[in-house]
Ligand binder design. Structure first.
Ligand code: ACM
Length: 536
């Protein structure tokens, strides 16, 4: 049946099957009405069949509170298809499995002629995810992805049973979410003059402005669309580093006593930027106002505050920052960053939310309720889990989707080391050496699509797929330890069915044999990362 991600258990029922046709009714038990609406719309588009409400032979959706919320059972026999989930989310994941069972054409948006026979093979599936946080991050700051592209990615995540979309909404090069109180964030901070083609060393520029942002209504639509798919959208407002676009819009946010922040523009370079936020009361108040609007838009329990790559040079030179260090009795600039993060940790906690940040927030002491996105390898995540903090594992060496997918000159984004499909399949979110109690703090993992060199959704597709399929299986299934994983079996399922599903979905993945001619990008300068990828 070539399911991706593979279910925990799958028993074929010999000789049985059910054909979905114009007589098939769709019955939605209490709590499954939203899933039924989604299924009727998705399968209705692909098949042209109406799937009217009704009992009897057909598709039956139900909630059974005895199962875990995201777990489901799917049973197919001659009478029909029964999908029972612990909650609506479980039913939704079961429905995703049903769609896979129907074959690649079930992913089309209009029926093919002549009409297909929609035969569901007889099967009994028991399934549940390994992790509660199965995420992807889209960097919509470096290259803006218009709303339609984000909605499409939500569909792609849902098809792979991924349930978190982390939106990296702000960075030095662009601010992408409308904040009503501070319109210049998007009017000024949303546009940079030009873009490097390639990484830092590149001497090529595209010589045209780049920008765009989501209105608050766009965000509401994205969040609602995600919720219909049982996906949580986690917003990231990156502070106190990666903030040049905000400082360009409102120069008073920067370290005005050491740099002429009024002269700054949204950054046109890549890398780590020295222009970080100042630590005045006014800057804190500004960001409280920003976060207040963000909380109104995003119901996510977690709010990401970035915290990565914040150079401390300006704070070292700034009398105002040094006064803050003295006044708070802090040891150094690392503790100043920690103080900054703690401020927002407390502020979010008072509003019933939890702070999550990149693993640099561990430096100088981690705020009590904070969770960590462990990106510089496993070490930050291990330290955080040992200290009792929740961790989302996203070590760059395994699951940064901007790392190239193979050696060789044809890969379009020549960044860092090659991380193949097999490498991602052998990614293990829970590192060795954690006790079971510590390991429970690893609440999941995510794959991050940084977009410095992904200047269109087509390139994001190429870099994300098929590796995101392997990632989805890692976070959903209970795979054996990395060395024992059946990568050949996974690759065979991809070949037999899943590339066909991606084709029907219009995903421009990296073909197993390497990039197509148009997917190569010769002449774009990249930068290898230092040192080999670390072992777990
Ligand atoms: C990061 O990659 N700077 C989180």
């Amino acid at each position: 049946m070539d399911l991706v991600p593979a279910p925990l258990s799958c028993r074929p029922v010999e000789g049985a099957s059910y054909v979905i046709d114009r007589h098939t009714a769709l019955s939605a038990g209490p709590g499954t009405e939203g899933v039924a609406r989604w299924l009727r719309s998705a399968l209705g588009a692909a098949t042209g069949l109406p799937l009217p409400p009704g009992e009897g032979s057909g598709i039956a959706l139900a909630v059974d509170g005895a199962l875990a919320p995201e777990a489901y059972r799917l049973a197919v026999d001659a009478a029909g298809v029964r999908i029972t989930g612990g909650g609506a989310a479980g039913v939704f994941w079961g429905v995703q499995t049903l769609r896979q069972l129907l074959g690649p054409d079930a992913y089309r948006r209009a029926p093919l002629a002549p009409a297909a026979l929609w035969r569901v093979p007889g099967v009994e599936i028991d399934d549940a995810p390994r992790f509660g946080w199965r995420g992807m991050m889209l960097d919509v700051a470096r290259h803006f992805m218009p709303k339609d592209g984000v909605l499409r990615y939500l569909d792609l995540l849902a098809a792979h049973k991924l349930n978190v979309l982390h939106l990296h909404l702000t960075d030095d090069q662009g601010w992408r979410v409308e904040i009503k109180r501070y319109p210049l964030l998007t009017e000024v901070g949303g546009w940079r003059a030009r873009t490097k083609v390639g990484l830092r060393e590149s001497t090529l520029w595209d010589e045209r402005p780049h920008g765009g942002h989501y209105t608050q209504d766009d965000i509401r639509e994205i969040v609602a669309y995600a919720a219909e798919r049982h996906i949580t959208v986690v917003p990231e407002i990156d502070v106190p580093g990666h903030s040049q676009a905000a400082i360009a819009a409102y120069p008073e946010l920067g370290n005005t006593d050491v740099v002429d922040t009024a002269a700054l523009e949204p950054w046109t370079g890549w890398g780590v930027n020295p222009n970080v936020l100042g630590v005045s009361d006014a800057t804190l108040a500004f960001y409280e106002n920003v976060f207040a609007e963000v909380l109104d838009l995003f119901p996510s329990p977690f709010v990401h505050i970035g915290g990565d790559e914040c150079p401390k040079e300006q704070w070292k030179a700034s009398p105002a920052a040094q006064r803050r260090i003295a006044e708070q009795g802090l040891a150094d600039e690392d503790e100043l960053q920690s103080w900054f993060v703690r401020h927002f940790d407390g502020w979010l906690a008072e509003r019933g939310r939890r702070l999550i940040g990149w693993d640099e927030i561990l430096e100088g002491g981690l705020a009590p309720g904070a969770a960590v996105s462990s990106w510089r390898g496993y070490a930050g995540g291990i330290d955080a889990a040992r200290a009792g903090h929740d961790v989302v594992m996203c070590p760059e060496q395994y699951v940064y989707l901007d790392w190239r997918q193979a050696e060789g000159p044809d890969e379009p984004v020549p960044i860092a080391h090659a991380r193949t499909l097999e490498d991602v399949y052998r990614f293990e979110p829970v590192p060795d050496g954690l006790t079971p109690e510590e390991a429970r703090h690893v609440i999941g993992a995510q794959a991050n699509a940084w977009s410095e060199v992904m200047d269109s959704a087509r390139v994001v597709d190429y870099m994300s797929f098929p590796r995101l399929c392997a990632f989805a299986e890692v976070v959903w299934h209970r795979l054996p330890p990395p060395a024992e994983r059946d990568f050949a079996g996974f690759a065979a399922r991809m070949d037999a069915a899943h590339y066909g599903r991606l084709d029907a979905l219009g995903v421009e993945y990296r073909p197993p044999g390497g990039p197509l001619p148009w997917q190569r990008r010769p002449g774009v300068v990249g930068r290898p990362k230092d040192g080999p990828p670390p072992r777990r």
